[in-house]
Design a protein around this ligand. Sequence first.
Ligand SMILES: CC(C)(COP(=O)(O)OP(=O)(O)OC[C@H]1O[C@@H](n2cnc3c(N)ncnc32)[C@H](O)[C@@H]1OP(=O)(O)O)[C@@H](O)C(=O)NCCC(=O)NCCS
Length: 216
Amino acid sequence: MVRAADRDTVDPVALIRTHDGDEAAHLVATGGRLRRVARDMAVDLSKAHIPEAGSTPAGVRLGVLGSDSDSIAVAAAAALLPGHVDFGIWSGVDRFHYWSQLLAGEGPCGSVLHAPSRVLRDQSGAIVGAVVVTHMAASEWWSGDPWIPEIFVVAAFQGRGLGSLLLGHAMRTCSHSGHRRVGLTVSEGNPARNLYERFGFRPFRTTWLIERSAGR
Ligand SMILES: CC(C)(COP(=O)(O)OP(=O)(O)OC[C@H]1O[C@@H](n2cnc3c(N)ncnc32)[C@H](O)[C@@H]1OP(=O)(O)O)[C@@H](O)C(=O)NCCC(=O)NCCS
């Protein structure tokens, strides 16, 4: 869920990121290959549809995020099956390095906010989901409010309300801490967008990521 270009490890000369749909269409028409379309979405927490905190379903428990980035990286990989629109964006990316940087607050999304971030574990203690919330610095396109660079539930546990549980915890905690907005990025075609819209997130920016052969 990180911003479009942040996971990219291919030759930067050949990878173009634009927020201009006309430019994206031109690049594709002149030989570029559309690699990803990503929507940045945000929710105004005063208008969000956040469910009341309920009891955690049997067989799982919510806990602090901690710093075991390797275990989280393994679990996150188990959330993305072949055929998922985001499966390919990890190609060539060192997941362990990515998660280690993210949890250390050294990535582009800023330092981790520990109260809204959570891991979900099964009865054996294995990680089956997580939500990471960071303090994304203010910029020309973002207001400096919390950001959700990652949320996942391992495939075998999906569709049972656990993603809603994680997102609900993150948003309630941000709201109680006085934050006004929360943002995230979702790829075009990811059914997770339904979940975010249900909670009140709306798209505010689109990123097209286009590969071109160097020199074209
Ligand atoms: C997105 C994700 C965290 C949702 O967790 P979940 O436990 O499946 O979600 P819930 O059961 O609480 O809610 C299901 C909602 O999520 C959406 N969804 C996304 N992926 C889904 C999946 N594989 N199975 C079922 N629902 C999924 C559904 O559209 C559904 O929305 P709806 O109830 O409005 O129709 C989880 O499916 C996942 O990890 N997906 C792969 C990684 C990913 O895409 N992460 C988000 C990157 S932006």
